[in-house]
Each structure stands twice: as structure tokens, then as C-alpha cells.
Design a protein around this ligand. Sequence first.
Ligand code: G6P
Ligand code: ZN
Length: 544
Amino acid sequence: MNIQTVTTTAYNDQKPGTSGLRKRVPVFQQPHYLENFVQCILEQAGDIQGKTIVAGGDGRYHNRQAIQTIVKMAAAHGVGRLLVGRDGLLSTPAASCVIRKYGAAGGFVLSASHNPGGPDGDFGIKYNVSNGGPAPESFTNAVFAASKAIASYRIADLPDIDLSREGDHDFGGFRVTVIDPVADYAELMGKLFDFDRIRAAFASGALTVRFDAMHAITGPYALQIIEKTLGATAGSVINAVPLEDFGGGHPDPNLTHAPELAALMYSDAAPVLGAASDGDGDRNMIVGKNCFVTPSDSLAILAANAHLIPGYAKGVAGIARSMPTSQAADRVAKALGIPCFETPTGWKFFGNLLDAGRITLCGEESFGTGSNHVREKDGLWAVLFWLDLLAARKQPVADIVKEHWQRYGRDFYSRHDYEEIDSAIANQLMDDLRAKLPGLVGQSMAGSKVAQADDFAYTDPVDGSTSAGQGIRIIFENGSRVVFRLSGTGTAGATLRIYLERHEPDAARHGEDTQKALADLIQLAEALSEVKQRSGREAPCVIT
Ligand code: G6P
Ligand code: ZN
């Protein structure tokens, strides 16, 4: 194998964000741009000589070319075996599963999650380490530092691999194995859930589902598992063919971006369960007939019902949620007598707790739910969990949710987003809020007294590392909360997120409209932050 050393010049913008390096496709198409970044990752990846590495992505535009480059560069760096999903495909949770199952040293995950794709859309690349989870910040910081100093990279002279042909492609001491992207993941799901029970429920007609894959990566997974293995009627999975531009859509699972599904679920023809996942398959949306389930409630309901599911029947060690996620899961943890951890926003903060066995389930308000089965959030897993739960309880989604609220009370919850506001204005707003915090404690407002007002800081209970400045919290004596946070994933300006939450124990009031139920807190949040005046916006851009 002939290995070339190619001279290059550094780019200064290769700083990985929350989930790897994400840029517009034309940025990645600049000469040596991808090669530089891959070189820096392979240099930081530790001892990879003769080891196995995984590569796959969500199939968006530029995925195929990038995989061919990674193959040649992995060969040049002495990797022994590269496992690649057929056609270069692997959902993010499936990549995590494959890394863990085959004891790989790590893996390249090519995706920009729920961002639109296509020649002018977004592309992204991140590296996951041997536990199957995203590389820690120490790793990504080292990659960024290296990317600013790079002068050359190594690449092997190899022909392009036929990614459509499963099996081994040998090049001397280097082997590329093209694997079925679905098989290992599907096998893992079969171990966690009662597939016979779900199959019987589909066969009897008692259980019906509509899963919207949004022309993204979960299409082949959902077709194989939900339709072929579990026997849901043909057509249960829609938009199932992954397209390089997601059919021009925005592959983010919510009622706005999945309008076909939303219309169905609020009609007489609604199936028992409606669900969707995002570009790379790690997010999920759950909706019953006339019943949208918030991600916060979904986590709590899964935890409360985990004993019904084979993979979790032995018990849940603990639960974790990100700080802005509602406290619904805390109430379940308390009833179960298990700990509930509150972490900063970002899936990576669950990694240590999962590795140490301190938690079994975790979730975030941003449509992410998962468990200790992999080290990424997992969209289809959440859908299969709900299907198994529905097959076991034989009730409509709305009844399960209602009964949950009757037992634990309802946590009315909403997030108001002010997108793309000027960064300087957003930072000033946060600074001014921070300055007000000490004076708020003890004051009565929005029908209760402020018990605590702070900027959330986290100490990881496993490794003792600390993360400060993770969001401003105003917590009331009655448990209500208002949280202000600047998004860590935006690409233009700053996005202010206001998270609002109020617990309602009285079942007679559980049917109220969420925005009405939260009106006092919404008004207070706007008054305290002066967000409308400062941003010049009359209303939030998005309310979820
Ligand atoms: C990504 C991460 C999630 C996180 C979300 C927060 O999707 O994978 O773990 O919750 O970003 O996004 P934000 O824009 O609120 O920082
Ligand atoms: Zn995603």
C-alpha cells in the first residue's frame, strides 16, 4: 500500500461544537478541509495500530465522499480494520452500538443531526470513543489545537470502495468490512423489548403505528424492525427512504416539521402511536391520538413503566435529566426510591453516570431519550419502548399520560425560543439577569416565593469535574421554575431559550391549556429579562 504525505495549510475554524464539527457543505468541500480534520482526529485517537474503527453517517449530502476519504486515511494511519455501514450509513445510536459490540477503538459519525442537508445544507463529523459515546472535551480541544497547526496529512493510494457490497475488502494488512447498518442494532433492540408481545398486538389490530422517518437515517431501521420483524402493516413507516437532502425537509421531529404526521394524529384516523425521529436517528417525538407527549413527560412515563419491559425489568438504578428538563422524572425517581441526577444540557454529561452504573435511563427536553444500552440518545429505541409499553398496558397513549398525571401531578412545561438575536444583546441580557439573582430570593412573584435563584453549576459525581454557567434558574417554593439559557448549537447570532415549568397536583386542572397554565411565569420571565424590548421581537420564534 502506497502512503502519501500531502502538504496542507491549516484552517482556523475547525473547533468542534456540542456535537462535533458542523459546517455548511461548501466549507467541507474546500481543498483538504476534511482531510485536515480527520488527520487531527486520528492523531489524537490514541493507539489505533491494528485496531478496529467504525465509520458511518446519516446519508446526507457529502456522506459518501467523506467515507471514502476516511477509509484511505484510516489505512494510512495503521488502522487494522474499518467497519463501515452499507452505503456509508449508520444512525448515531447504531454507530454507538457497533463500536461497543465489536470493541472498536472508536468511530467516525458523519451527521449534522436535525439540520437540513443538501449541497447548500449542513454536514458534520464527530468522533466517538471506545465506550460508544462522543469524545470528551479534552479530546475535541486537542483536535482543535492540532487543526490550527497542521502542515501535512497522510493518505493511502487506494481505489474507492464499493460501499454497496457487504463483506470484506482486503488491502494487505488493512481490511474494510462493509456491514449491514441495521442488523447489530436490531439484534440489540430484540434483547431489550418483548418483540413477541408487540408482534401479537400488531397482529390483533389493537396496536397501530405511524412512524415518520423524515427521509432520514431511521427509514431502513424502522422498516426492518417495525414492519418486517414486528409485522406492522405496510405503510406504517413513512418517508422511509433516506435522501441526501431529506427531500428538502427539515429533519427535526416536532409537530411543525412533521406536518403529515401531526395532521393524522389530530384526526379520527389516528393510529395508537405516532412517532418521528431526526436526521441521524437520535431524537424522538411521541404523540398519541390528540395527545402530544412532551419529552420531559415521556422520560418520566418510561421510567415509571420500566418494570414492564424485559430489558429493564430488573430495575432502574437511577435516572438523569438535563437541568432545563421538567421535574416529572424526579417524582418517579422519588416514588421508586432511586436517585435522580440533574446535569447540564448535552448528552455527554450522562456518559460517566451510565458508565458507572449510577443511572439506567436519561433524557432531555430537546427530544432526546435513552438508556445504558448505548452511549447516545436513541430515537427508535424510545419508539420501541412506547410500543412495548402500549402492547403491555393495552390503553391509548392519552390514558397512560392522564393516569401518570393523576398519580404524580402534571408538570406543565413549555420552552420559548428567541432565535438569532444579536449576540451582544443576548449576553448583556444574561449578565443583567445574573446581577438580579441575589435580590430575588424571598420575593413573592407569580403566586409563590422565590426559594433559590442561581446560575447552574454541576460537579460530576463520578470524576469530580465541574461545569459552571449552565443556565440561570429561578426556583419557587411551590416547585415552579423559570430557566434562561443560551443555546449551544445555534449557527447564527444567539438563541435565548426560556424554559417554564409549574407543577399542578389537582387532577381537575390537568386539562388546561399549557400556555394558559404557565401565563404568570411567562409574564414574569419576560418582565425580568426584558427580552421583547431588548431583542425587538414581539413574541418567541418557536414555542414547544
Ligand atoms: C444537541 C445535543 C443535546 C442537547 C441539545 C441542546 O442536540 O445532542 O444533548 O440537549 O443539543 O441544544 P441547545 O441548542 O439547547 O444548546
Ligand atoms: Zn440528532
